[in-house]
Design a protein around this ligand. Structure first.
Ligand code: OAD
Length: 237
């Protein structure tokens, strides 16, 4: 099992949340942008911000770390990638067994009736993420379409969360890549794996909350370390 966070996409050019200076939550107020209340209060601000994020993600490509996980899946088809990321870089790299715990920038739905909305146009790039854009109107009920991501105060989608828990409690190795391990309940997955006697390898340039229970904590960038350790592990196996 591999648990990924924003750090795996950092070398593609997608900002993380909590890195000093560059993290999204260092520059933007989560309370104004990533809660159900925020969307009710100011839907065009929230929709515009997520469109800006979709534009950023659409403009970049998967990196060596995403590609290394595709190789891992090819060698070990039972591999499952559980990601907290709302980008599609694992899929675009070629990973097939990907579980999204926090939803996706590419799967908006109606805030009233839940009807899926199909995004047609590629969003245009804005430098600062501050542009208001009116959310689309639901074709089924006329309600406002919202981003298909999990906001603060919302539960995780039930299916992905139970798949992730099942994987954590049955894996023999959990590789944790590029997450601060500060957001629950995703951050509890390593504890579940540990209790099930899995080895835990953390890859991150900075200390994380998961280091305390890891078997090995490797300090460095995912795009450099992940291809190296996976290649060595797969060659020696
Ligand atoms: P964070 O921003 O909290 O943590 C990103 C981690 O990536 C940090 O530990 C960085 O040190 C590390 N990092 C930075 N560059 C890296 C690189 N090149 N290679 C490897 N690691 C690198 O992001 P997450 O832990 O993903 O939730 O955040 C978890 C959740 O908090 C997100 O899914 C989002 C956010 O609020 C929701 O929006 C629901």
């Amino acid at each position: 099992m591999v648990l990924t966070g924003a750090g795996i996409s950092a070398e593609s050019g997608v900002p993380t949340f909590r890195d000093a200076l560059t993290g999204l939550w260092e520059q933007f107020d989560a309370e104004q942008l990533a809660t159900p209340d925020a969307f009710e209060r100011d839907p065009s601000l929230v929709w515009g911000w997520y469109e800006w994020r979709r534009a950023r993600v659409s403009a970049v490509n998967p990196n060596e770390a995403h590609r290394a996980l595709v190789q891992l899946e090819a060698a070990r088809p039972q591999t499952i990638v559980v990601t907290q990321n709302v980008d599609d870089l694992h899929e675009r790299a070629g990973s097939r067994n990907v579980v999204h715990l926090h939803g996706s920038l590419f799967a908006p739905r109606c805030a009233c009736c839940g009807h899926r909305h199909v995004l047609d146009a590629k969003p245009t790039m804005e430098p600062d993420g501050g542009r208001r854009i009116e959310p689309p109107v639901c074709t089924a009920c006329g309600g406002k379409v919202r981003p298909g991501v999990v906001w603060f105060g919302e539960p995780l989608p039930a299916g992905p969360w139970s798949e992730a828990q099942a994987a954590a409690s049955s894996c023999d190795l959990l590789i944790v890549v590029g997450t601060s391990g500060l957001v629950q309940p995703a951050a509890s997955l390593p504890t579940i794996a540990r209790r099930a006697n899995a080895s835990i390898v953390v890859i991150d340039p900075r200390p994380t909350a998961i280091d305390a229970i890891s078997t090995y904590s490797l300090r460095g960038k995912a795009g450099q370390l992940l291809p190296r350790i996976l290649q060595e592990a797969l060659i020696s196996a």
